[in-house]
Design a protein around this ligand. Sequence first.
Ligand SMILES: O=C(O)CCC(=O)C(=O)O
Length: 474
Amino acid sequence: MLVAEAARRFAAHPVFAELCHDLVGDDVRLYWDQLVYKQPEKPRHFPWHQDNGYTYVEPQQYLTCWVPLTDTTIDNGCPWVAPGLHRLGDRQSVVGELAEERLGGLGPLVEHRGDLGQRSGVEGALHEHVSVLVEVLDLVWPEESQGLAFGALPGEPLVPGVWPRLHAPMVGVRPRWLPWRAVPTLTADQRAVWERDGFIVVPGFADESTCEALMARTVAICRAADEGRDVGDALVLEEPHPDPAASRAEERVGKVFRLHHVPGPHADLAHAPEVVDLVGDLLGPDVDCFLSQFIFKNRGALGQPWHQDAWYFRMTPSDQVGAWLAVTAATPDNGPLWVVPGSHREPIHEVVPDRRPGAQAGYVEIADLGTDGVPVLMDPGDLLLFHAHLVHRSTDNTTEEPRAAMVLHFGAAGTHDPAVDPDSGVLVAFLAELGVHLPVPLPAAVEAVARAGVRNRWVPVRRGGLGVAAPLSR
Ligand SMILES: O=C(O)CCC(=O)C(=O)O
């Protein structure tokens, strides 16, 4: 699993994570993997056994996922199981005997295969992965079907929602628990640039299909909202002055918020190991995503004036990280971001309200900045990571085509966010600082609306240095 990328993706498939969460617990690691290849006409009988007889893991709380890569029949060596004997504990030496005696025989697993597959949804979800897996595994371990075993790590507290940890196969009789990472994280150069400038650009970060999926789902949400259909928790914000010639719903939308906890491409991006590991390098082992917005900047739309995200966030600590993914190109004329390198070391600036006709409600501006900053021109798929104190803006879109970006904001778990503080007094004071004055005492209905806000959920994406699985569509 550590060697082959396709094998790693296979083992990290959300279907396994979901099954593990349901059957083992929340903090589940992959501790063993093996390919078993049964050569034709070379019978290799594996006697009755219990896997825990081989693992020496405490607690004996684990799940083996046995995935057939070829059709599995009685004649070609399918697994056989003794139903119910899992309740008898560790009886390795007598399991065969007990099965014969108490159950009147043992059934082959093959009889249940289709039904089990259908019930758990495994078959469909894995279908696309199997061919690539077979191909890669042929190269890596030409001799050996695929078995994966997942278990809780002994002696560690259970943390909700943690991905399986992948580690090397057992050495001797004791498993070695090794943390595993899907992709390289920040290089020394990137870290140095981050320290110096407060932002880094990762070219070619996301592929075309990721950008297309983000765009397609957001367009679908805009159209559904426009037709009065249910869009779940997503919040669609119209442009204050849309182009009068705009015909499609998405051409009248400025931003769509609250996407990172809804199963789909936005949440997948927020949980992607590539994103989470990079951001985790900056924020530590326990990271949450607290804000998501898809920004359309349609023909003629205004940009956002100079500001620091920390002004809007008011969090403690205030070192959040923004991830701005270019879904379309960001060109000099279509309203790219502009940044002031090094400004992440500055405190939060004073601001004045943005009074331009057509500006989004609530925009503020750092007036008299005294610098022009630099534009960040990007190709589709490029990623900008930036510090919450970095002074930045975006300019107007003077082209005919929309400029689009998917923006996620991450913070260290445990950060104090006044927007979600249970004390309504804190919420009222926070909103007052942003210029939104609510009545005190706060009526329940007003509080509910204020709490919905644009950021209403802190969603774990990394715990203990490991990625947390994205929510699955049911
Ligand atoms: O993408 C834009 O036009 C502005 C985004 C921005 O400044 C922000 O998310 O803080």
